[in-house]
Write a protein that binds this ligand. Structure first.
Ligand SMILES: *[C@@H]1O[C@H](CO)[C@@H](O)[C@H](O)[C@H]1NC(C)=O
Ligand SMILES: *[C@@H]1O[C@H](CO)[C@@H](O)[C@H](O)[C@H]1NC(C)=O
Ligand SMILES: *[C@@H]1O[C@H](CO)[C@@H](O)[C@H](O)[C@H]1NC(C)=O
Ligand SMILES: *[C@@H]1O[C@H](CO)[C@@H](O)[C@H](O)[C@H]1NC(C)=O
Ligand SMILES: *[C@@H]1O[C@H](CO)[C@@H](O)[C@H](O)[C@H]1NC(C)=O
Ligand SMILES: *[C@@H]1O[C@H](CO)[C@@H](O)[C@H](O)[C@H]1NC(C)=O
Ligand SMILES: *[C@@H]1O[C@H](CO)[C@@H](O)[C@H](O)[C@H]1NC(C)=O
Ligand SMILES: *[C@@H]1O[C@H](CO)[C@@H](O)[C@H](O)[C@H]1NC(C)=O
Ligand SMILES: CC(=O)N[C@H]1CO[C@H](CO)[C@@H](O)[C@@H]1O
Length: 836
């Protein structure tokens, strides 16, 4: 064990060595941070990146991409005319190396230190911008340091959502979508296929943990439930007990869909263990890091684990790839031609000055030999590097005013460039590159599905996730499901309820529920499946309904056939009254008319007509007017009529019975205007009763909801029920009086006594009134209106028939009976009979 001080020294030494990078001069330099080597775990740091480290083909390809992009920009005359871009590529094999590379980029020309000025705004570092680093871990450090000087940093692979926080990392941008976007894409994907019962598994690092946290949070707001959430133990061994336990729990949770949010390194032992446990038929939703990684799909036996559907960065443009390829081939030829002699970039590398030969510098003739042919993942990441370099170039283009054709070559402070880069919006091989307010590229993902054709692996792009606004498009026909029936797999805790059934949650998962039909009067809103909602007052719903229906509003409409049945006799009655009035007017002087009351006849007919017209107020939708007028009009006018009848009967009885026994009384009754007084008094009494009845109760039309579920009954609320009953009883009392009087006069001369007919009709009327009074409270709405009209007709018609019709008959058809002589004779015969 070396003492700490020596260890530190070695770290610094390594960093120095590794930092001696691929480089090319230029007026504006870009620093590139790529992991070309990785330290093998457990090895000391002693001999720098190259010796103790494993070569990383991926990082090497990316660094080559940066060189290609810079050269392409230099060659182009449009973007930065007469301005040369340079670069310095640093191998970030360790954190120390990464830090050193960052400090180198910050260092000033010709000096090897970083001078922290009191005014970082005027600080001119060696590099105007930094491309990279790749991993989230390293990016957190560089982004924090570069943020101090506002040096633009564009990462091509660090996707951690945390880096979007501009408060902490003000100068950080990236050309890979942030994991926040990826989480949204996965959430939409799960919802798209209706997978509401899923397991989440993540790697035990920031990428996996933050990804799972964000995903859980996102899913909590949707209808997807997380049955199980696990962390892949950091282990190299697929047979480790922890991993076995994790997979066993996964099997026990009985989900059909598992989201694996992991980096490729942790995903590999996980899937090896999955294969060993013989899990088949599962759907695996992959995060962008592993879903196309060769190390994963090369796991033996992985074709049997089920369907893999994953997120991947959008595909690169093929024309760019072709150019890159030919450029690399040319490079290789050049390198092998001059192998071992000088560097390839034409740089004046300072690496050899220390006397140590390094494998991680541009004097690395063997690097291209070590590199595998780039796989799909390398190509996608390469495109991110390419976009990043172009973003810087476009920022410079705007800052230097190159649009005019000549770039001004003034000072460029990093913060100025940062502002410009944030605003760029340019097209690069048919896609637009721009950054949002958090420095994240506005870019979506492809959705890919693995496709095993026999034993060879391939993948299909089956959809896309586009941002701004976030949308997921999936072409289902392109997906080959590795299930028994090749149908979309199902993963639900409970099957959806039938229409009109609400969900009754069974345990802490919302997705596990039983179904209960909504009771009558409530409905299930499809946006809130866990509770039935009550219908409005004017609505109703049967059991298990998804909508409320309008209640029908019930009243006796004019168009109702029943209305016509009632209206026709009413109108006929009115016409009959009019006819009788005319007839009586023309025969006003005849004894029959005079015996019927003379001028009083017209008052009686008028009152009856009023009573009859009150029937009309029972039809149509009840209004304030009709409700207010209906009952008083009926009761008052009818009281007038009955009072007249009563005085008539009384008078006849008087003439024949009273005048002989108490002549004085009769005299006084006649002289003081007794009949008129009685009629007026009785009418006023009824008017007071009726008005009091109307005034004491709720006025106007009312809606009754309690009658039937599917109907609203519209009826008059005018008047209190006892008040109305009192008014009707008063009329009944009057009728009873009439009946008594007419009964008393039943033996009077036939022509004077309406008695027989009247008695009959009064009886009929009384029966009718009693029936109406008794049944009043049993009817509502339409039927109440019908009974009211029917009752009024039944009350009126007999009276009209009993009192006026016989007289009209005599006037019209028996004129020989309608003479004064005949009446005298009648009276004489009556007197004779009485006196006998
Ligand atoms: C740049 O131009 C040189 C010489 O014209 C050419 O060899 C090289 O391939 C070009 N590079 C790119 C990336 O186009
Ligand atoms: C490019 O710069 C060189 C010298 O730096 C100058 O001679 C030349 O005119 C410039 N060309 C343009 C197009 O500005
Ligand atoms: C998986 O299947 C193989 C062969 O079919 C068998 O030998 C092995 O025991 C199985 N493993 C488990 C965990 O069931
Ligand atoms: C550099 O890498 C090559 C290829 O792996 C190897 O043969 C050579 O020994 C390395 N050089 C040093 C100094 O490590
Ligand atoms: C970038 O420019 C294109 C075309 O000019 C435009 O359609 C697009 O909306 C712009 N993007 C942003 C983010 O402004
Ligand atoms: C998983 O799939 C099987 C067969 O496709 C199905 O029977 C089962 O109900 C599914 N499990 C869940 C939780 O959906
Ligand atoms: C269902 O609920 C949504 C949101 O709560 C509301 O906008 C919608 O109007 C409701 N639908 C019905 C039929 O009440
Ligand atoms: C229910 O009644 C409301 C207002 O009274 C009306 O706007 C609506 O169209 C009616 N609905 C149906 C289905 O008749
Ligand atoms: C790194 C690189 O390709 N540099 C070149 C940029 O373009 C100028 C001329 O256009 C060359 O002189 C540089 O060598």
């Amino acid at each position: 064990m070396p003492p700490p001080r020596a260890a530190l020294l070695r770290v610094l030494l390594c960093a120095r060595l590794c930092a001696a990078a691929f480089r090319s001069p230029g007026e504006f330099r870009l620093a590139g941070l790529f992991q070309i080597h990785a330290l093998r775990p457990g090895r000391p740091l002693a001999h720098g990146c190259g010796v103790a480290a494993a070569f990383r083909s991926h990082g090497y390809h990316l660094s080559q991409m940066m060189r290609f992009a810079v050269e392409e920009i230099n060659n182009s005359s449009a973007l930065l005319p007469n301005v040369t871009l340079g670069y310095e590529i640093h191998d970030t094999c360790t954190e120390a190396a990464n830090l050193h590379g960052t400090l180198r980029a910050l260092g000033r020309e010709g000096r090897h230190d970083v001078e922290v000025l009191s005014a970082p705004q005027r600080y001119e570092p060696r590099a105007v911008a930094v491309i990279g680093p790749d991993s989230t871990q390293l990016a957190l450090t560089t982004a924090a340091i570069l943020g101090v000087f506002l040096v633009p940093e564009i990462s091509y692979e660090a996707s951690l959502e945390m880096l979007s926080t501009k408060r902490f990392y003000p100068s950080f941008l990236r050309t890979i979508p942030s994991d926040g976007q990826q989480v949204k894409a996965i959430g939409l994907l799960l919802q798209r296929f209706g997978w509401t019962w899923v397991a989440l598994v993540g790697s035990d690092n920031t990428y996996g943990r933050d990804g799972l946290n964000a995903l859980s949070e996102l899913l909590a707001a949707t209808d997807v439930c997380v049955a199980y959430r696990g962390v892949i133990p950091t282990t190299k061994d697929a047979g480790s007990p922890e991993l076995r336990k994790l997979i066993q729990t996964l099997v026990d949770s009985r989900v059909n869909v598992t989201v694996v949010f992991s980096n490729r390194r942790n995903a590999q032992p996980f899937f090896e263990a999955v294969v060993q446990e013989n899990i088949t038929g599962m759907v695996w939703v992959g995060s962008e890091d592993w879903s196309l990684a060769q190390t994963i799909w090369q796991v033996p036996g992985i074709q049997n684990i089920g369907s893999v559907i994953g997120i991947s960065v959008e595909q690169a443009e093929p024309t760019m790839l072709k150019r890159l390829e030919s450029w690399e081939n040319a490079r290789e030829r050049a390198v092998s031609g001059s192998a071992g002699s000088t560097g390839v970039g034409g740089g004046n590398g300072a690496s050899s000055s220390d006397g140590i030969q390094l494998n991680c510098t541009q004097h690395c003739p063997g690097c291209h030999l070590l590199a595998d042919t780039p796989d799909i993942y390398d190509i996608q990441a390469s495109y991110n590097v390419y976009s990043a370099v172009y973003a810087v170039a476009h920022g410079l283009h705007n800052l230097l005013g190159c649009a005019s054709g000549v770039c001004s070559k003034g000072r460029v402070y990093p913060w100025q460039l940062l502002q410009k880069i944030k605003q760029v919006n340019f097209s690069l091989h048919k896609s637009y590159i721009s950054f949002d307010a958090n420095g994240n590229i506005r870019k979506g993902y492809n959705i890919i599905a693995w496709n095993w054709r026999g034993q060879s692996w391939a993948f299909d792009v089956v959809g896309a996730f586009t941002v701004n606004p976030n949308r997921l498009h999936i072409d289902q026909s392109k997906i080959l499901w590795h299930t028994k029936d090749h149908q979309v797999p199902v993963s639900v805790c409970s099957w959806p309820c039938a229409a009109g059934e609400m969900r009754l949650q069974q345990n802490r998962h919302r997705c596990c529920f039983s179904c209960v039909a909504c009771p009558a009067g409530t409905f299930l809103n499809r946006t809130a499946l866990y509770a039935c909602q009550a219908c409005g007052r004017d609505e109703w719903a049967p059991v298990g309904s998804e909508t409320c229906f309008n209640r029908t509003v019930e009243f006796l409409s004019w168009a109702d056939p029943l209305s016509w049945v009632l209206l026709i006799p009413t109108v006929l009655l009115l016409l009959l009254m009019a006819g009788l009035a005319v007839l009586f007017a023309r025969n006003a002087s005849t004894p029959v008319v005079r015996s019927a009351g003379g001028k009083m006849c017209f008052l009686m007919l008028g009152a009856l007509a009023c009573t009859c017209s009150s029937i009309f107020f029972n039809f149509g939708e009840p209004t304030w007017l009709s409700c207010l007028v209906r009952i008083p009009l009926f009761t008052i006018s009818f009281a007038v009529f009955l009072s007249c009848v009563a005085t008539r009967c009384f008078q006849i009885v008087c003439i024949f019975k009273l005048s002989t026994r108490w002549p004085a009384l009769h005299e006084a009754w006649q002289r003081r205007g007794g009949p008129a007084l009685f009629i007026a008094g009785s009418t006023v009494a009824q008017a007071v009763l009726s008005v009091a009845a109307v005034a004491s109760g709720p006025a106007g039309p009312r809606r009754r909801y309690s009658v039937a579920a599917e109907r609203v009954v519209l009826e008059c609320g005018a008047g209190s029920a006892p008040g109305e009953t009192a008014a009707i009883l008063y009329n009944l009392l009057l009728s009873l009086g009439c009946f008594a009087l007419s009964y008393a006069g039943k033996d009077l001369p036939a022509d004077y006594n309406e008695a027989k007919c009247l008695t009959c009709s009064l009886l009929l009327h009384l029966a009718c009134s009693a029936a109406v009074l008794c049944t009043r409270s049993y009817f509502r709405g339409r039927s109440a209106a019908v009974t009211a009209a029917l009752g009024a007709l039944g009350t009126l018609a007999p009276l009209l028939g009993g009192y006026f019709l016989p007289k009209g008959f005599v006037v019209l058809l028996r004129p020989h009976l309608n003479t004064a002589e005949r009446f005298q004779q009648e009276i004489r015969s009556y007197t004779r009979r009485r006196d006998e």
